[in-house]
Structures are given as structure tokens and as C-alpha cells.
Design a protein around this ligand. Structure first.
Ligand code: NAD
Ligand code: MG
Length: 388
């Protein structure tokens, strides 16, 4: 049997995708790439498919399909497009699927991989926010193994005693606080997209960077943690830790608190997921605690970072609240990045959308998408009102 792990990378041209590719490139004797997907960057996708002799390359934007075919002319790579193509990439025969598409757009393909019982390295947290119950039920049914890539959840996964889950008192998610945690609330109104995406510790895609600045990211992660780990909603805590060195912690009933530490570089949790249950070298700076000298902590300010509160409330409310929260946030963040609304409008749009929805917990995947669309429409209408 071959010892080379074959991988399908959904969202290969993004930030997590690029870090995954970097690790594969450094370990050609361990990993091979079977399938790659991108939203619209045909050239980057085709270059990767050629470099790694992938079997399949998928462009999500169907209007770019002929460009992709042209870019792959003369190769043995099969070019595909659209949602069907993304699903085909997720279902390709392989040892591991890296789910690194951003947003609810990643749900269908990731779920397709889950239904086949595959091993999934899960970066796409929005999957669990929109359809956590369904997603985890499908994983249970098929036997799919979900390896969390999000650094906090990866940290918890490394120190959580799944055999003795009842001995866990709480899980503590650390949050950098983003670029604005020390700014006064009245100074936040006029921050620009460029300021919001300039994260002090992590180099990430635009959407998650804005989510970090509003702290919605931490809220989404609280919901993600609830689905990934056998804990109750009130056993999940958030603490600000601006150095992003302790990636998260698990507190046990005897008072022990176990943490995973490391330099803030996504290649550590990605390497963990790719190599699991083994470990591989990752090209990350080793941690020097004396150089850091200080690790600090603070309580999150839920008034200033209303998005975090809205997400925690949505988790407690359940039903369709997390799904609507995510949909409205995606709409609002996109509008903020296009400079159509201000930074503080993001939480207003999410809150107003949640106030308007009246939907029961989604009962099927198609119902998830119906409700997702409904919440997006509400949020879009609110944007129009804001612009008026
Ligand atoms: P990114 O924006 O850099 O990349 C997203 C990828 O998804 C790209 O390959 C893009 O082409 C693809 N994509 C975007 N929209 C799509 C669509 N509609 N259909 C199909 N493909 C689409 O994002 P990222 O920062 O790499 O984040 C990816 C996911 O990982 C997100 O869910 C994010 O929350 C999570 N995550 C990221 C980091 C990080 O350090 N970047 C850390 C933890 C978790
Ligand atoms: Mg994270």
C-alpha cells in the first residue's frame, strides 16, 4: 500500500489553501494532490494543477470554465466547474479533504466529502455555524473523521480527553481581540477595510480578517466549538490573549488546565491535520517564551464587540439563529469590504436580521439553503435602507 497521502484541497487559492500547498510542496514523499478548487483565480488554479499533476481542477465560477480548460490544455488534468464540480472534487478518491472554502459556499462540497466517510481537515467554520447539527449527524452516520484546522479548535482537539469528556469543566477559546480591541468604541465608526484586515498576528483571507476585527470570528468559533466537542453551551468561554501564543485551553475537574501553544502560523494546525495521527516538520518559527516575556489576558468587551455577543446569543437561542447570523454577517462584511457600509454597521445589520427572522431549526440541507437565502435577502434589504 502506498504511504503517500492523497489530498483534495477545496479553496486551494486562499490563505489556508496556500499554507496547505506549501506543506505539500515541502513533503513530496508524504503527500500528493488529487484535486484543487478555486472560486475565480483561473491562472493560480491552473498553475497549481500543473505543478502537482492533479487529476481534477475546479473553478466555481462557471463563466470561467472555458478559460480554465484553455489554461489546462495539453495536460491530463480534468477541468470542471460550478457546484457540481466542487462536489466532484470533494468526492474524488483520496485520503483527506482540506475544506478551506470561505463562507457557506463551502457547505455543499464539504458535506459531500463527509457523507462519503472521508477524513476532513476542516478550516471552513461557517459549515458548522450554518448546519452544525446536520453536519455532525452526517459525520456520525458515515464515520467521517473531522480534524479541526481552525487554530483554537485544533489546540482543543490536541488536549481534549475524548475518553473522559465528563471530566472537562470548560473549554477556553483564546482571542487576539483583532486590531481594534484597545480602540475606543467611538473611534471604530470610521475604520477602513484596509485597517480592519490588517490583523496584528495572523495573515488571513479578507473575510475572516474583518470577522476578527469585529470579533464575529470568535463568536463563530464558539458555535464551531459547540459542534466539534462534547460540551454544553455554557461550558465554552472566551478570553482575550493579544499575543496569540496560547491557541486555546481545556480545563478539567481537578483544576488542571491543558493548553496548546505555538507561534501564530496556520501551518502548525494544518500540518497537524495533514499528518494526523503522525506529526511532520512545519516551517514555523519556534516559540521563545523568554523573548516574548509576557503573555497577557483580558475579558472580552461584549458591548464594544457586539458581534461576539450576537453570536453567543444565537448559539443559546439555537434553531435558525446561527444560520441567519452567519448569512447576515457574510452579506454585511462583503458590503463593508466594498465600502458600502461602515464598520459598526456590520453588527447592526446582523442584529436587525436576527430580529426579523422567524424560522425553525433547518430540518434538511435544502432547508438550510432556503433559510440562508431568506436571511441574506433580509440583510440585503437592510443594506439598501442603510444606503438610502
Ligand atoms: P480566503 O478568502 O483566503 O480563501 C478562500 C478560498 O475559497 C479561495 O480559494 C477562494 O477561491 C475560495 N472561494 C471563495 N468563495 C467561493 C465560492 N463562492 N465558491 C467556491 N470557492 C470559493 O479564505 P481563508 O482565509 O483561507 O479562509 C478559508 C476558511 O478557513 C474560512 O472559513 C476561514 O474562516 C477559515 N480559517 C482561516 C484561517 C486563516 O488563517 N486564513 C484560520 C482559521 C480558519
Ligand atoms: Mg481561529
Amino acid at each position: 500500500m502506498s504511504t503517500i497521502k492523497s489530498i483534495s484541497i477545496l479553496g486551494a487559492t486562499g490563505s489556508v489553501g496556500a499554507s496547505t500547498v506549501d506543506l505539500v510542496r515541502r513533503n513530496p514523499d508524504r503527500f500528493a494532490i488529487k484535486a484543487l478548487t478555486a472560486n475565480s483565480n483561473v491562472n493560480a488554479l491552473a498553475a497549481l494543477a500543473r505543478e502537482f499533476s492533479a487529476e481534477v481542477a475546479v473553478i466555481a465560477d462557471e463563466t470561467l470554465y472555458s478559460d480554465l480548460k484553455e489554461a489546462l490544455a495539453g495536460t491530463a488534468v480534468t477541468a470542471l466547474c460550478g457546484t457540481e464540480g466542487l462536489i466532484a472534487a470533494a468526492e474524488v478518491s483520496c485520503d483527506l479533504v482540506m475544506a478551506a472554502i470561505v463562507g457557506a459556499a463551502g457547505l455543499r462540497p464539504t458535506l459531500a466529502a463527509v457523507r462519503q466517510g472521508k477524513t476532513i481537515a476542516l478550516a471552513n467554520k461557517e459549515c458548522l455555524v450554518c448546519a452544525g447539527e446536520l453536519f455532525m449527524q452526517e459525520a456520525e452516520k458515515s464515520g467521517a473523521r473531522i480534524l479541526p484546522v481552525d487554530s483554537e479548535h485544533n489546540a482543543i482537539y490536541q488536549v481534549f480527553d475524548f475518553e473522559r469528556a465528563t471530566t472537562v469543566e470548560k473549554i477556553i477559546l483564546t482571542a487576539s481581540g483583532g486590531p481594534f480591541w484597545q480602540k475606543r468604541t467611538d473611534c471604530l465608526k470610521n475604520v477602513t477595510p484596509a485597517e480592519a484586515v490588517a490583523h496584528p498576528n495572523w495573515d488571513m483571507g479578507q473575510k475572516i480578517s474583518v470577522d476578527s476585527a469585529t470579533m464575529m470570528n470568535k463568536g463563530l468559533e464558539v458555535i464551531e466549538a459547540f459542534h466539534l466537542f462534547p460540551v454544553q453551551k455554557d461550558q465554552i468561554e472566551v478570553v482575550i490573549h493579544p499575543q496569540s501564543v496560547i491557541h486555546s485551553m481545556v480545563q478539567y475537574n481537578d483544576g488542571s488546565v491543558l493548553a496548546q501553544l505555538g507561534s501564530p502560523d496556520m501551518r502548525t494546525p494544518i500540518a497537524y491535520a495533514l499528518a494526523w495521527p503522525d506529526r511532520i516538520d512545519a516551517p514555523v518559527p519556534s516559540l521563545s517564551l523568554p523573548e516574548l516575556a509576557q503573555l497577557t489576558f483580558a475579558e472580552p468587551d461584549l458591548e464594544k464587540f457586539e458581534c461576539l455577543k450576537l453570536a453567543m446569543d444565537a448559539l443559546h437561542e439555537g434553531g435558525s439563529a446561527p444560520l441567519a447570523l452567519n448569512a447576515a454577517n457574510e452579506v454585511a462584511v462583503e458590503a463593508f469590504l466594498k465600502e458600502k457600509i461602515g464598520f459598526m454597521d456590520i453588527s447592526s445589520v446582523v442584529k436587525a436580521t436576527l430580529d426579523k427572522i422567524d424560522m425553525k431549526a433547518p430540518h434538511s440541507l435544502s432547508n438550510v439553503f432556503e433559510q440562508d437565502q431568506e436571511a441574506r435577502l433580509i440583510a440585503q434589504n437592510l443594506l439598501t435602507q442603510l444606503a438610502a
